[in-house]
Design a protein. Structure first.
Lengths: 282, 320
């Protein structure tokens, strides 16, 4: 297979860029935190200590406690599960459906292209957050619905990126050469066209994960995400907002978690774009 | 040896039209061609005359609008998908630009193996790998380059990959679409020699498309001259170069730059431009730029190819 990547040199090339390497390390760290949340969290995410509410950071509670006396650090650790899950799954939904629609539209062109892309244009005319809000409001709260809302809202963007890539590659000689070697239409789409427009797609996807985490946080912020007492970074920000003047640690720590995760995703996206282009390999 | 009447491929009034917003482009406009087994037929013409389109129609990369086409006596015009796969094993094409005709994300091995993987599924992995190495030897690519990517190789090596791909299924007929025009002159010679050796070794037949007369002179047994979608002259290469009959061929040959040209060989300078293939003139395509004494017939009726000497055909009323 042409697109197989040898893992070790891949990491080596990626680590040439310090920012991308930081992104990768931080994301791996977050992933481990999410997987082992039950082991490393000092408290359960819903454990209340009503005698010790709104405590500022201390040895006992490194990030302080919230208005119910729940440990903020533990809630952020458990919240990483939800944020990462929502981010990756919703982008996967958007990538699969948007990518397929865009590839078909770009490759077959003509009427197929016209119908698919006009529908996408209609969806693009609605602001993505608004669209996600309306889907989430229709489906009701819950983790699955949250991922679906964020994912569906992002489909048109991916369709557009993939279509643009397919259009620019479809007319190149090596596509014709593959036809001459006996390659069928779907073989050519999957073997030649998609790998060659993967670079912008990967960048878009990592940025998309970041955006999905933000949208999910936004939806939780306005109460359309997960129901309490489930810890979610956006929801934590939302409740912390009321106490922001006197107890800023309630917003600073979940905010930092969101920011660092998104920043490392963006760094990683940039680094991946350089690594995945064989012309830039030295 | 090349036999007079043993044709590997024939076309009869082959047409290819493209519908555009401005009108119908007559890219290939009634081409009768007969290619003998084992020969190299050079197809020359200026840019836009339809020679590449003709090559692509012949290997069924583009559907013909109408006409007849036979390979080894079997009809191959616009075949079904299943049939097309079989036909393509026997007929392959080498593309002009080795910089854009190879997928930049595939290495040499995958590029050469692709046709095998698609068409020779009965071969085991190992057999395919061996065939790739064998093909690399055949086209003169060092085996150490097997994991290289196209951007790491120069134009000549890339074109060798293109040739290896075309040869992988043991075809008997190759369309070479300007295979050397994107290469440096010294590498051109290497590739041309390689193509000649391959022809001898594997008894290949070539349709060699080019706009470069000095290249076509080196490789061709016969030469066909194309102008605005039609073949205007066809003869063996000596006759074309020593005794060009059609006025367009004469003008084309006089354009070759020769050092110490004698004064007697005056350059023919054509006036005007090639007419648009959207609305080609009804008579002789070359009538508007011809320097012979034109007649009314030239303007109203397209001249057919006629034999003016044994094996020498030209489409002109004013000669022969």
């Amino acid at each position: 297979m042409s697109t197989k990547i040898n893992f070790i040199p891949f990491i080596k090339r990626l680590s040439r860029s310090k920012t991308a390497f930081f992104g990768l390390i931080f994301l791996c760290f977050m992933l481990l935190v999410a997987i082992f949340a039950g082991v490393i969290a000092p408290y359960a995410f819903s454990e209340q200590d009503l005698l010790n509410t709104l405590a500022t950071p201390s040895m006992e509670h490194p990030f302080g406690t919230d208005e119910f006396g729940r440990d903020v650090l533990s809630r952020i650790i458990y919240g990483s599960r939800i944020s990462l899950l929502v981010g990756f799954i919703s982008v996967a939904i958007a990538l699969v459906f948007g990518g397929f629609l865009g590839a078909v539209a770009g490759f077959f062109g003509g009427r197929t292209d016209h119908y698919i892309m006009r529908v996408m244009d209609v969806f693009l005319a609605i602001p993505q957050l608004l669209f996600a809000i309306s889907v989430a409001a229709t489906l009701g709260p819950g983790l699955g619905n949250l991922m679906l809302a964020v994912g569906v809202a992002a489909i048109p963007q991916y369709a557009r990126v993939v279509r643009a890539g397919v259009l620019s590659i479809r007319s190149l000689d090596y596509i014709e050469a593959s036809t001459a070697s006996g390659g069928g239409k779907f073989y050519i789409i999957f073997k030649h066209i998609l790998p060659n427009c993967a670079a912008p797609l990967i960048v878009q996807s990592t940025l998309g994960v970041a955006f999905a985490i933000l949208v999910a946080a936004g939806l939780s912020f306005i109460g359309l995400g997960l129901e309490p007492p489930n810890p979610e970074w956006g929801a934590m920000l939302s409740t912390g907002r009321e106490y922001i003047r006197d107890f800023p640690h309630l917003t600073i720590f979940p905010g930092l978690a969101i920011m660092l995760t998104i920043l490392s995703l963006n760094f990683l996206g940039d680094g991946l774009r350089d690594v995945l282009d064989p012309k830039l390999r030295r | 040896m090349i036999k007079e009447n043993d044709y590997i491929l024939t076309t009869e009034s082959l047409y290819k039209e493209f519908k555009t917003k401005k009108g119908v482009v007559h890219a290939v406009d009634g081409v009768d061609l007969a290619i003998r087994r084992g020969e190299t037929l050079g197809l020359v013409g200026e840019s836009g005359c339809g020679k590449s389109t003709l090559g692509r129609v012949i290997v069924n990369l583009i559907e013909a609008t109408s006409g007849k086409m036979e390979a080894n006596g079997e009809d191959i015009i616009n075949p079904s998908r299943k049939r097309l796969k079989q036909i393509r094993k026997n007929m392959q094409i080498v593309f002009q630009d080795p910089y854009s005709s190879l997928d930049p994300r595939m290495n040499v091995k995958d590029l050469i193996q692709e046709p095998l993987r698609l068409n020779a599924k009965e071969l085991s992995r190992e057999a395919q790998d061996n065939r790739v190495l064998e093909l690399m030897d055949i086209v003169g690519l060092s085996r150490s380059r097997i994991n290289a990517y196209p951007h790491e190789l120069d134009g000549g090596r890339r074109q060798r990959i293109g040739i290896a791909r075309a040869l992988s299924l043991n075809p008997s007929f190759l369309v070479l679409d300007e295979p050397v025009s994107a290469l440096d002159v010294c590498i051109q010679a290497q590739i041309l020699n390689l193509l000649k050796d391959l022809q001898n070794e594997f008894e290949l037949t070539y349709l060699f498309i080019t706009h470069d007369l000095s290249v076509v002179h080196h490789v061709s047994d016969r030469i066909a001259v194309m102008y605005l979608g039609k073949i205007v002259e066809i003869a063996d290469y000596k006759n074309i170069f020593t005794n060009p009959s059609h006025p367009y061929t004469q003008a084309l040959l006089s354009a070759i730059s020769v050092i110490n040209k004698k004064d007697s060989q005056k350059k023919i300078i054509l006036e005007g431009d090639v007419p648009s293939p959207i609305n080609p003139p009804p008579g002789c395509r070359f009538e508007g730029r011809c320097f012979l004494n034109k007649t009314e017939q030239c303007r109203s009726e397209a001249p057919p190819l006629k034999e003016i000497a044994p094996g020498h055909f030209a489409a002109c009323y004013l000669i022969g």
